[in-house]
Design a protein around this ligand. Structure first.
Ligand SMILES: NC(=O)c1ccc[n+]([C@@H]2O[C@H](COP(=O)([O-])OP(=O)(O)OC[C@H]3O[C@@H](n4cnc5c(N)ncnc54)[C@H](OP(=O)(O)O)[C@@H]3O)[C@@H](O)[C@H]2O)c1
Length: 337
């Protein structure tokens, strides 16, 4: 099999580190891997499998000869460097929100809309972490019984904000346990032993940008502009693993058994649903895994066509690095690079 020259922009970050792990674990066909970050990390060495590789500062010439550039260094860096990388001949798979809603940029979850990869013009967007796990769980049901309305409430881990937020939760948890005061830096309030219904900035319509990303991205990925969607996104003091309580209204009634049957066959989904033994998805056990876990599937007592479910996934893997690598694998498989 042919090998590819891969660059990781943001290689020292939480998602970047996960990129390295996922590429190695999946034996991604690489002839070389180039680790890029800011000038702060230039010269630092990271292991890729057993090989030590030096991190370089990201520069326009970093993308010469690169086939696939995996970006996870924030929207500003993506906006500046992705077009340069694409012009240099690389296909960019971008984890930031910079290009997701762009009409010429496919927004892809391989289990849902892999065929959208075909019309890329050099940049493919990886969706928001919460959007990914919701569509992986809902799309197989939507294909059988079209969804009319989704209400999703998320419980999102601090690693979704990056390594500084992981440090903040660690520090604050220790301070609270030792009876000290905490000073929030990353979030507007203390996150340890607390929950914050604020992820990203507030918009004029009263939603946060994170909530609105879920609305718009879900419709774009599922090619379903008519679905009514509402979301409340909440930051919780969990290190890794996003959870979502999802209320779905279908066109026709769907029983929990039928939903379970469909999801048992669905790619990337694992059912964990046995209330009798308290079996349901949890972020603690989802961390470090690749599946989107679904449980607590039940009738929505408030609507005859409604179901409720609880969906959990590792936000750094399926919510970010894994999904992006799966896009690259799909591109190679279909010869669309
Ligand atoms: N965490 C998640 O669950 C998740 C999920 C989906 C998408 N994302 C997206 O992925 C991106 C990174 O997230 P993260 O959690 O990995 O953040 P992180 O842990 O804070 O890491 C940020 C990375 O960006 C690099 N960077 C910062 N400034 C840079 C610059 N001027 N030039 C080049 N590189 C620079 C950092 O390099 P230095 O070490 O040199 O500073 C570091 O490698 C964000 O766009 C985020 O929205 C994250």
């Amino acid at each position: 099999m042919k090998g590819y020259k891969v660059a990781i922009v943001g290689a020292t970050g939480l998602v970047g580190q996960e990129f390295i792990k996922v590429l190695v674990q999946r034996s991604f066909p690489m002839t070389s891997v180039h680790l890029l970050a800011s000038d702060r990390s230039a010269g630092k060495k990271l292991f890729v499998s057993h090989q030590e590789i030096e991190v370089k500062e990201t520069a326009p010439e970093s993308f010469k000869g690169i086939d696939i550039a995996l970006f996870s260094a924030g929207a500003e860096i993506s906006r500046y460097f992705s077009p340069i990388a694409a012009q240099s001949g690389a296909v960019v798979i971008d984890n930031s929100s910079a290009f997701r809603m762009g009409p010429t940029v496919p927004l892809v979850v391989p289990e849902v809309n892999p065929e959208d990869i075909r019309w890329h013009k050099g940049i493919i967007a990886n969706p928001n972490c919460s959007s990914i796990q919701v569509v992986v769980a809902l799309y197989p049901l939507h294909k059988v019984n079209p969804i009319k309305r989704i209400i999703a409430d998320t419980y999102q881990a601090v690693s979704g904000t990056g390594s500084v937020a992981v440090e903040e939760l660690t520090t604050q948890a220790r301070q609270v346990m030792e009876g000290q005061n905490t000073t929030p830096h990353v979030y507007p309030h203390q996150i340890a032993f607390n929950v914050l219904p604020e992820i990203d900035v507030f918009l004029d319509n009263g939603y946060t940008k994170e909530e609105w990303k879920m609305v718009e991205e879900t419709r774009k990925i599922m090619h379903a502009s008519a679905i009514d969607i509402s979301a409340t996104c909440v930051r919780v003091p969990v290190f890794t693993g996003h959870s979502a309580a999802i209320h779905v209204e279908f066109s026709q009634p769907m029983s929990p058994d039928e939903a379970q049957r469909i999801l048992t066959q669905a790619p990337g989904v694992k059912i964990l649903d046995d209330p009798a033994i308290s079996l349901y998805p949890q972020p603690w056990s989802a961390a470090g895994t690749d599946e989107v876990f679904v449980g607590r599937i039940r009738r929505d007592a408030s609507h005859p066509n409604g179901l409720v479910m609880w969906v959990v996934a590792d936000n750094l893997r399926k919510g970010a690095a894994l999904n992006a690598v799966q896009i690259a694998e799909e591109m190679i498989k279909r010869d669309w690079l």
